[in-house]
Design a protein around this ligand. Sequence first.
Ligand code: URA
Length: 185
Amino acid sequence: MYNNWEDLEKSIEKCKKCKLCTTRQNIVFGEGNRNAKIMFIGEGPGADEDKFAKPFVGRAGKLMDMAFEAVGINRQEVYIANIVKCRPPGNRDPHEDEVLACMDYLRNQVILVKPKIIVLLGRIALQNILGKEYRITASRGIWVEKKEIMYMPTWHPAALLRDETKKIDFIKDLILVDKKSQEFE
Ligand code: URA
């Protein structure tokens, strides 16, 4: 574990801990306010993220930005990261060994940001952070408190692109997050 961002970023720069390094264009480290109260954790970079080296800049990201705007969450104020930092080819789910190889980076990011709230975007984030026994359909919209962090599982924004009816849930969950964050002012 690194106690500063520079060392952590340097350690990840040339990462070859899993096979995703052979197909990536860029590592998507994460971005945002490094002292954020709210941290968002997605699954892994897609094609646009791989190209631009930034999280959630493709279609799903644009939808998430619109939801942020609707709720009054400022993207600049939160921190956004992913379970895996390199794109799984064809947007497949990350494999177990890839998640394991990458998890220490995310743990280190959480330790450095010290968020009060972590929003888990979709099943992959939920199950790898809180446990395989969690189901996104049953868990979304319900707070889970663990080691002084409040976790809010919600749909992955890409799911909203496939099913419009999930948008209202997503907005509702973000409203809960925004309200809760005000308790930590
Ligand atoms: N989907 C994710 O899970 N993360 C991104 O950064 C982009 C799309």
